[in-house]
Write a protein that binds this ligand. Sequence first.
Ligand code: PEP
Ligand code: MG
Length: 577
Amino acid sequence: MSIERTGIAISPGFSVGNALLINQAKTVVERRKIKSSEIVKEVNKFQSAVEVSKNEIRRMKLNIDNEYKIEHIEILDFNILILEDEILATEIIELITKKQINAEWALNEVLTNKSKEFAFVKDLYMQERLADFYYIAERITKNLRGLNQNFIQIKNNTILVAHDLSPIDALKYCKNGKVNGILTDLGGTTSHTAIIARSLGIPTIMSMIDISTLIKPGQKIYVDGYKGKVKWKVNKVEKDELDILKKDYLSFQKDLFKFSKLSGETKDKKTISIKANIEISSEVRMASKYGAEGIGMYRTEFLFTNNEIFPSLDEQFNDYASLFDENLFDEVTIRTLDIGGDKIQDYTHLENNPALGLRGIRYSLANPATFKTQLNAILKVVEKKNKKIRILLPMISNLIELDKSIKTIKEVQDSYDIDPNLISIGVVIETPSAVLLIKEICDSVDFVSIGTNDLIQYTIAADRTNETLEDIISHYQPSVLRMLKLIKENVPKGTYISICGEMANDVNCLPLFVAMGVRELSMNYYSIPKIKKVIHDLSLKDCENIFNQCLELSTPKDIKDELYNLIKNKLPIYGSL
Ligand code: PEP
Ligand code: MG
């Protein structure tokens, strides 16, 4: 008997492969009994992980260059002190030896107990150090696991199965093209892991609750990323049916691909530039193949995957310059570092609520050296390549940040000999605050790009990575439409508006953007052909009408149905998907 499970369809496509189970969850630690013959090896492993951790922190100290330098160094020194504490190490080694348990478990047991002792200390400073124990436990655990993970070999046709997967790990495991499916217990549609999966074109299903405990390593699995369905242990009849389904999907994709050459034009000749979002620079080739007319947003934070040592000016220069290789595009948009949130976090500044913390431009302004290095790399590319670059600033939520950012860009720009027309500055409108300040923002910049992913998260106050909120965080919510209406009504006439959030690749939402008069849509390149096809069948009048009708509706379902009714006959087989 076959087994079937469903989850949220995150990235379309159909694939078959063998399961590789990985567990990247931060808090999950396995308790494992070890044999007496393994004790020495386990103790050695622990001691090496402590050494690696110490060296990592020492390297981090060398790289700190921000206005909180002294405080950060103090914190790191305290971390080193914990790592060098002989009593602590002895306790952990004793636990491994006497109870014959694995190092990860012993470490977490001892450090959790220590942190409990600290919880009762009244001194505020010492209370704040509580976080350091968790942090150290996590760092050593990571390094203990890292020692084992050296042996993970990704084979062809791998289906990655995990409890949770960070965006960085998704990139690390998937960018070599051997992974053709991802299944996770957790995760939501606009999480950054989902965005990475879509950008790499890997069929992905998330929010599968307990899939990581059901599937055995090596199991052959069928992943239907269109419908969010997974099947395994299939019999011959089911296998034949799945093979036919796979063929149908493939021919659907082929049909769609034909539209990649179209221009982004409505029936009544209103043009919208259709561009690609990319997460790694090498994606420019695929973006061009799928019909992108430019790069509407390069999320550079994934270049900063090693969150302890940021790439140097030269490394960044080479990466950004490569966007112009083969002359595929005349202009690209580079978004400055959007560290924080569910992406990488700065280990020198761990926060309780990173989505509301030192994220995006806030991080760059607090770390001027990092910000300036990135700007220097961008501007050097403009100078050397004589090509246009749009600098896009993430998470601007007030005018002081905007002013400081623009001043910093101008200051760096002064040391380059470049035609000012080759540089433009834009802001990602992704907080309700930025929407309310849209007029003033537009007066200071050349363009704005609406980051619907965060705009929705912050408007609805719902975590974009939390799969249990999937219905609430829908982009069909009436409040989201009203946000778009606010933008439409308040941007100065002639403003160049782009959409760079995931909403841009939902064909149903296309009429809303046409009605708003947006000039550009930027999305994962796989979505470009279908958007280009549908845009040709729309007229401004139809779009304005439906936008107004949707504004009258009060539930996400009603809004989605209304939009779907307009679109369903405009795309081959879309209506039946
Ligand atoms: C957004 O928030 O919509 C956006 C484009 O940025 P990111 O998804 O990288 O946060
Ligand atoms: Mg964002």
